[in-house]
Ligand binder design. Structure first.
Ligand SMILES: [Zn+2]
Length: 354
């Protein structure tokens, strides 16, 4: 039995009543008149902070009470249980923080681990022709729409030499299908990219930065590793999926509006993708009788180049010229590219097979 304010639904006047739960009905004693309502037709409204609880009765009348726990216990519907738990959580700051932490953690874990797995699955299910079309669209965007690239100024004879050397590497290695493109990279400077569908772009800056063609081939062998594993395509799918997840979570779609070409140029492959590509490059260089050291040399110079120098002046932030002299675990940890020296180590240490 509990006390409540009764509103008959006709007048705004409240009447103080006693309410009793008996069997499967609710009995309200209104000024000596007993009214019974079946519990199944009663709706107990959700708790809102510390305000009084509202109970809707089937004839349009309403009860207002401080404590309706007796009534709630008599009608243990799922929703009442849910709302009471939610109310409990809302009123305990500790639980609020735990819930917040869990939400952030689950979101982070999904972006970190779920999305890459999903991207891998989607990539496998996508026909190569579609990936190729995407790559062509991206290159078109980089060439015209976004203006990152302009026509290469590298002489045709030099381009031809590089093409022949890469073909030679692939003649003894299990290379994926690829198409090599030469471009002036403008602000991007010295770089090489693998776009979806096997398109590889090498910039004039990179060719200028290289001390010999073997270094260029070494970088392209690394890019072939990315092509083989379809990293660029997987990364694009991942970017789209992450954008969708973030847009769903925040309601902000502007982050998704940024074009894919820009994302691809600025993107950082995950460490595991880089290591997979490195692994392919190391094996390919060894099999082709090329010195693996060439990759270490150019990667070291690439990471230390001044941004925007277009590769023509590769002033090093570190004065040391050779990666083997420079290996120092402490500066490795502190350096701006903490993983570079770790990455080039196997190339420095590899013995040339022939
Ligand atoms: Zn890479």
């Amino acid at each position: 039995m509990f006390q409540a304010e009764f509103y008959d639904g006709l007048s705004a006047r409240a009447k103080s009543v006693w309410v009793e739960v008996k069997g499967d009905s609710l009995r309200v004693n209104v000024e000596g008149q007993l009214q019974a309502y079946p519990l199944s037709e009663i709706n107990v409204q959700a708790k809102l902070g510390s305000t009084k609880r509202l109970v809707d009765l089937p004839d349009g009348a309403r009860l207002e009470a401080t404590d309706v726990s007796e009534l709630e216990a008599a009608m243990p519907s799922k929703s009442a249980f849910f709302w009471s738990k939610l109310h409990y959580l809302e009123n305990h700051l500790g639980w609020v923080f735990i819930s917040l932490f869990c939400t952030i953690f689950v979101g982070w874990a999904f972006l970190q681990h779920g999305v890459p797995k999903l991207a891998e699955y989607v990539a496998k299910a996508t026909p190569p022709s579609m990936e190729k079309r995407l790559g062509e669209q991206v290159l078109k965007g980089l060439d015209h729409q976004y203006g990152y690239f302009s026509a290469s100024e590298t002489k045709k004879a030099r381009q031809e030499k590089i093409i022949v050397a890469l073909n030679k590497l692939c003649s003894v290695n299990d290379c994926p299908q690829y198409r090599l493109e030469f471009r002036d990279g403008g602000v991007i400077g010295a770089n090489a990219f693998a776009l979806p569908g096997g398109i590889m772009v090498v910039t004039d800056g990179l060719i200028a930065l290289a001390k010999n063609d073997t270094e260029i081939i070494a970088v392209l062998a690394h890019e072939l590793g990315h092509v083989k594993q379809r990293h660029a395509f997987r990364q694009s799918i991942q970017g789209t999926l992450s954008g969708l997840v973030l847009a769903a979570a925040t309601g902000d779609v502007s982050s998704m509006a940024s074009g894919l070409p820009a994302v691809l140029v600025q993107m950082q492959y995950s460490r595991s993708h880089e290591l997979e590509a490195d692994d392919f490059a190391l094996k390919a260089l060894k099999k082709s009788c090329l010195p693996p050291r060439a990759f270490a040399d150019i990667l070291f110079r690439l990471q230390n180049q001044v941004p925007g120098s277009n590769g023509k002046k590769s002033e090093s932030k570190k004065t040391k010229e050779s990666p083997s002299e420079a290996y120092d675990p402490i500066s490795d940890m502190l350096s701006t590219h903490p993983n570079t020296i770790e990455r080039i180590k196997p190339f420095v240490e590899a013995k040339q097979a022939c």
